[in-house]
Design a protein around this ligand. Structure first.
Ligand code: SAM
Ligand code: DTB
Ligand code: SF4
Length: 361
């Protein structure tokens, strides 16, 4: 079995990405088979526990308050609603629930306490619990870990250079800092990005350099194809070609052999044949359920038919890492610190974001 390399550079990654497709597929599939069962695919269900009304200007995101999209904002879900949805996801073959909140960062207080209770509740259903709540401090990561969180999703989204052309309200280094905070606990790291935002292949490689040089590398890497939502600055980006998705998945697999590569947003535009090639190229996880956070996703029954057709089996939970134990709130060792961390706010002008915000007024 090959040893994981942590010093990938952009040139090496670009030359892998641009290999003749058959060579790329063969190499990726070979590495995939050395590290994983090629017929097992992990299934995660997304749950938007707090939707819309977000303060940030992320150019891809329908949940940013400043853009005029059809997203209806909702307050934080109740713990019992989350439990009901998690049970449904479990009965549909999901081993993981990923709870997303349209927040810039986590603030200590009753809403975070409620999220911690959601984590305890879903962990007790013997499912892997993932959260994606924006930036978090070390103390908040420790409290999530103590509640039984299995994974924290925090995407780098794109290269450090292109990030500046997509988001102006927070910096790339804040993303890295949050990942570092998560790494101070036993929570696994889920971090990936989006293709199809107008970035170059160099930017895709730049993002993969940033992810693959993390040591340890993220345990899971979601590869999203942009869902271009009307009203967002990126509404006119054309859909990524399946070949780009296959190349991105294969390259990710080659440079991060152990990671779970997740075929994430954008599956509505992918044929079964296209997805099958992604699985061959090393994708071994999907988001299932008829909704991602706010946009449509394939019907779960159709996905299960696809699994059957391809001979794929959904992965059981806690295969690589044992189930965390949830400590009750009353026994917690970590008090909320009420910190006010200085996350950056670069505030430079991104013309298309400004234009979309103006239209949204
Ligand atoms: N607010 C938190 C944050 O930004 O970290 C968590 C939720 S946010 C919606 C999670 C991730 O969803 C983003 O980092 C981005 O990668 C992905 N995402 C959001 N909108 C998307 C879109 N239209 N198409 C593809 N991926 C998208
Ligand atoms: C990730 O990488 N993709 C998911 C999850 N992590 C949180 C989110 C995709 C969102 C797509 C747009 C939407 O449905 O709002
Ligand atoms: Fe807010 Fe996250 Fe969407 Fe950015 S990606 S606008 S932080 S919900």
């Amino acid at each position: 079995m090959s040893i994981t390399k942590h010093d990938w550079n952009k040139e090496e990654i670009i030359s892998i990405y641009n290999k003749p497709l058959m060579d790329l597929l063969y190499e990726a599939a070979t590495i995939h088979r050395e590290h994983h069962d090629p017929n097992v695919v992990q299934v995660s269900t997304l749950l938007s526990i707090k939707t819309g009304g977000c303060s940030e200007d992320c150019g891809y995101c329908p949940q940013a308050a400043r853009y005029d999209t059809d997203v209806e904002g909702n307050d934080l879900m109740s713990v019992s609603q989350v439990k009901a949805q998690a049970l449904r996801a479990k009965s549909n073959g999901s081993s993981r629930v990923c709870m997303g909140a349209a927040w810039r960062n986590v603030k200590d207080g009753s809403e975070f306490d409620q999220v911690l209770e959601m984590v305890r509740t879903v962990n007790k259903l013997d499912m892997e619990v993932c959260c994606t709540l924006g930036m978090i401090t070390e103390n908040q990561a420790k409290r999530l870990a103590e509640a039984g969180l299995y994974a924290y999703n925090h995407n780098l989204d794109t290269s450090e250079e292109y990030y500046k052309q997509v988001i102006s309200t927070r910096g790339f280094e804040d993303r890295l800092q949050t990942i570092e905070n998560v790494r101070k606990t036993n929570i696994t790291v889920c971090s990936g990005g989006i293709i199809g935002m107008g970035e170059s292949i160099e930017d895709r490689a730049g993002m993969l350099v940033a992810l693959s040089t993390l040591n340890p590398q993220p345990e899971s890497v979601p590869i999203n194809a942009l869902v271009a939502v009307e009203g967002t600055p990126l509404e006119d980006e054309k859909p990524v070609e399946i070949w780009e998705m296959i190349r991105m998945v294969a390259t990710t697999r080659i440079i991060m052999p152990e990671t779970q590569v997740r075929l994430s947003a954008g599956r509505m535009n992918m044929s079964r044949e296209g997805q099958a090639m992604c699985f061959f190229a090393g994708a071994n996880s999907i988001f299932a359920g008829d909704k991602l956070l706010t946009t449509p996703n394939p019907d779960v029954n159709d996905d299960m038919k696809m699994f059957e057709m391809l001979g794929l089996l959904p992965q059981k939970p806690f295969i690589k890492i044992t189930q965390p134990i949830s400590v009750e709130a009353s026994d917690s060792q970590f008090a909320p610190l009420g910190e006010k961390p200085k996350w950056s706010r670069p505030g430079h002008t991104i013309e298309r974001n400004v234009e979309a915000s103006e239209k949204g007024k």
